[in-house]
Design a protein around this ligand. Structure first.
Ligand SMILES: Cc1cc2nc3c(=O)[nH]c(=O)nc-3n(C[C@H](O)[C@H](O)[C@H](O)COP(=O)(O)OP(=O)(O)OC[C@H]3O[C@@H](n4cnc5c(N)ncnc54)[C@H](O)[C@@H]3O)c2cc1C
Length: 224
């Protein structure tokens, strides 16, 4: 069976003298393309099921048809248009992962016994789970509002930034609290919560770091 084509989308400057706004998007079918090579596979603390590798582009020559869009130099604006959508997706990933963390933790604490009681019966456990359930409901309600805004064409960059930073922070907090409720088993790879914990961390980094998200929000507040 034929291998699927290997496609990469590049953000590149046609003229190295220009600033970030002079970038263009290029779509490239790599195949045996001279100058393209895949470097070492990077080892990550989370998201281990996805591979991440260094890609090198040395003196690579492309046809004009590789340009995405009609004109050169529009890459920055093309990327900006997609960012709210991408950030909202990251918010929904955070919601799903948080729901999953709560579900596996509920299963665990109902089963596990300590000092003659179910871990579920400790007041601290009940409060932590109640907090997580509430945070998940609030996150879901906010994301659904953002989704309605997106569909209506009015999702703002700051709204999407709120969804991304709040969602990923909530996800990390819930993963941490839920892992804690697993005790020592939470630190073991065989328990799903450990993977939910390590996978959560990058959500605060990619798609624009949460610091950048807060900067986007603050800029929208600093307008007369
Ligand atoms: C697993 C993984 C997958 C990724 N996938 C993709 C992908 O598919 N596509 C893609 O384009 N990128 C991807 N990235 C890259 C990711 O988007 C960047 O790592 C991220 O945007 C941060 O950029 P940086 O690593 O250069 O950090 P830096 O910009 O060097 O930031 C370092 C620190 O400085 C802070 N900082 C930087 N600038 C400011 C500022 N102005 N104000 C305040 N604080 C600031 C940051 O918040 C951060 O804490 C991926 C990264 C990882 C780890």
């Amino acid at each position: 069976m034929a291998q699927p084509p290997n496609i990469v989308i590049l953000v590149a400057k046609a003229d190295p003298g220009t600033k970030s706004k002079g970038v263009s998007l290029l779509i490239v079918e790599t195949g045996d393309l001279p100058g393209y090579s895949v470097g070492r596979r990077l080892k990550k603390i989370g998201m281990k099921r996805n591979d991440t590798a260094e890609l090198a582009f040395a003196d690579m020559r492309l046809a004009q048809t590789a340009l995405l869009g009609m004109d050169e130099g529009q890459g920055f604006y093309q990327l900006m248009k997609q960012l709210p959508w991408e950030r909202l997706i990251l918010g929904y990933i955070a919601l799903g992962a948080s729901q999953c963390a709560l579900r596996v933790t509920l299963e665990y604490v109902r089963e596990r016994r300590a000092f003659g009681r179910r871990v579920m019966d400790f007041q601290n456990t009940r409060f932590k789970l109640a907090e997580a359930a509430t945070r998940i409901e609030l996150l879901g309600a906010f994301l659904d509002r953002c989704l309605a805004d997106l569909e209506a064409g009015r999702l703002t960059p700051e709204g999407a930034a709120m969804a991304k930073w709040w969602g990923s922070q909530t996800q990390c907090d819930i993963a941490d609290e839920c892992l804690q409720l697993h005790g020592g088993y939470g630190h073991m790879s065989e328990y799903l919560i450990s993977e939910l914990y390590t996978d959560a961390r990058v959500q605060k980094i990619y798609g624009g770091t949460n610091e950048i998200m807060k900067d986007v929000i603050a800029r929208s507040l600093d307008i007369d």
